[in-house]
Write a protein that binds this ligand. Structure first.
Ligand SMILES: *[C@@H]1O[C@H](CO)[C@@H](O)[C@H](O)[C@H]1NC(C)=O
Length: 187
């Protein structure tokens, strides 16, 4: 019984390691991004989907970015509904919800556009350059939100938690953009 259990544990450990080991393809693609460790960490669990496919890599990175931005949007929206917000906090949150909503829209449009890059007969360069433009604007929207919380007047737990989430989203977005640029160049 005990050995069976141990064996099962070993097997599960092995499976977990096997499925989350970053491939060399993911590692080398991530090495030119601004946050390579985060890039490898976030993409490793999709290694079996990505394989060695540059399109799949970019699509996964973008989808991940969209999902992260969406959940951050929900968080910021929830914060905006808190009672007892200072007027300046409310104003910063209000602007941030607008910016992050734009960011989500652009990322979601980019993901659809990216899929067209793979369709034969479609103009790859045109579609990928749209993706580059929109993801880059999404990144700007995210920084604008963070900047809105820059003033000392807003110091406190709200500012800290919003800013740390926005930093994380911006890093994931920046990585996706750099993978997209790489994909465009190598195509
Ligand atoms: C993002 O969310 C969608 C919808 O919930 C899901 O289908 C997709 O797999 C997620 N993307 C990643 C990379 O996890």
């Amino acid at each position: 019984m005990a050995t069976k259990f141990t064996l099962l544990c070993l097997l599960l450990t092995f499976l977990t390691i096997a499925t989350s080991t970053p491939t060399n393809f993911i590692k080398s693609s991530c090495s030119t991004t601004s946050y390579p460790t985060l890039c490898v960490e976030s993409l490793s669990s999709y290694a079996s989907t990505i394989q060695q496919d540059p399109h799949q890599l970019v699509q996964t990175a973008l989808s991940l970015t969209l999902n992260k931005t969406q959940s951050t949007k929900s968080f910021v929206t929830k914060c905006k509904s808190f009672k007892n917000l200072k007027p300046r906090e409310y104003a910063a949150l209000h602007d941030c919800v607008e910016e992050i909503t734009d960011s989500v829209d652009r990322l979601s449009r980019s993901l659809k556009e990216l899929k067209l890059c793979k369709v034969s007969g479609q103009d790859f360069n045109w579609h990928i350059s749209n993706v580059e433009t929109w993801v880059s604007s999404a990144l700007t929207d995210e920084s604008t939100c963070s900047d809105g919380f820059g003033g000392k007047a807003l110091d406190g737990r709200m500012k800290t938690s919003i800013r740390s989430r926005m930093v994380n989203v911006a890093q994931v977005t920046s990585n996706a953009l750099s993978l997209i640029n790489q994909y465009a160049t190598n195509h």
